[in-house]
Design a protein around this ligand. Sequence first.
Ligand code: GDP
Length: 524
Amino acid sequence: MSQQYQRRRTFAIISHPDAGKTTLTEKLLLFGGAIQLAGTVKGRKSARHATSDWMAMEKERGISVTSSVMQFPFDDHIVNLLDTPGHADFSEDTYRTLTAVDSAMMVIDCAKGVEERTIKLMEVCRLRDTPIYTFINKLDREGRDPMELMDEVERVLGIQCTPVTWPIGMGKRLKGIYHLLEDRIYIYEEAKGGARGVHRSIDGLASPEAREFLGDDADDYADEVELVREASPAFDLDAYLSGRLTPVFFGSAIANFGVQELLESFVRTAPAPRPANTTVREVDPGEEKLTGFVFKVQANMDPAHRDRVAFMRICSGQFRPGMKLRHVRIGKDVKISKALTFMASEREQAEEAWAGDIIGLHNHGTIRIGDTFTEGEELQFTGIPNFAPELFRRAVLADPLRMKQLQKGLDQLCEEGATQLFRPLRNNDLILGAVGQLQFDVVAERLRTEYGVDCKFEAINVATARWTYSEDERELERFRRRAEDNLAIDHSGALVYIAPTRVNLDLAMERNPEIEFRATRDHL
Ligand code: GDP
């Protein structure tokens, strides 16, 4: 049992769009023996470019659900790679996915360096001290000086870098990478058409073979490596595990070069599932009884059946089909006769799942993001945030008689977490909040095709929202009366302050010091 979870490596790739996340994912799957899926990953990605693409792609939801989690074996480990949506507008979904991983892999384009979205994602990783691996990609193209790239990572992202591989040339002059820990050169050869990549290597930088291979550059390169060793800290496991230091690898995902070295090191070093916090106590992954939490809900995967899938990260114990689980928030026991598992290779259908694994539960609308399942114990996992949306629109129906369908559609789509629904206390508006404009288009389109509701989203005078709390019930009640015009109830029943302007929010906070205004809502 403890062996089962210790073999798990559950992670996500974080990157700025176009840095090579999809390409790297494909190559990792190749190593995991899930070759037939490589094309699938590719097919999904155009999503972020336009709404229409997104729609077309989402029509094939079967694909998108099975590839939101990809499980494959590698070197006696079980790797769970959780996909994060590419489009900037879906960042909230991404953030929540990051609560379900034990570590992350950051991909950086060697020509572009640290980009804006990577900075944001790293901020989220930092909230939980997520350990980070770094892959500097596209070495087959002319890029920036590797030393300069590492400096930038350190300076902008505030994490120490320790190189594990180091490039020998770049772009047209790329000859290979040098593995600083193995003292071995891996010779660059472009892998053809999805091959796993050829691995010719030379042992020892000082060996005659290496010197011959490097030719006139041999001395200069040896000096450079010396300098790199001196300038960077030694790898320190604790510093890595606490998110203060990242091992850095160089390579070219498209040429499948440097990827195997990355993956081999990753499964050896990255953490297995670790203890997780709950409202009651810390849960150890080695515990016998199953616990887990839902970090993602995807609606209407199959439009014919209106089904929804809740993605649950297992935090302890073992899942077996047919077992009974307590749905803690609603206090009900449910028998789970079947769950989706995500073996990337179709030949192997895993029936069992362990701490670190993700399973998909069929959901008829009762399961929400943040929900905890146990074998009976009353505890709830904490730390799965909902972020305050930055854009707000009012839903306006073309046909008022479709109100019921609209409410139902919005409720169900908001369960997915990409958008949030607010109902003001003082009127019957339905206000939708999102992190990006695209989400409104997507919701309108899905309301039309999935719920038969024609609805527009109108601008509304709301600048920002804050979840409001107080330990003191009386204070809360007073605040509720005083600020009624600006209060709304969100999809989960929580009280939210809706501010027409930032200034208004500041004033409200000043006038109500006994009330806490939070920019995120813990799913509890
Ligand atoms: P994502 O947006 O991060 O998923 O990036 P993709 O994997 O889709 O890659 C974006 C573009 O960069 C695509 O055109 C890829 O073919 C290309 N690309 C990815 N990796 C490499 C690489 O190692 N070298 C080169 N030259 N291009 C790459």
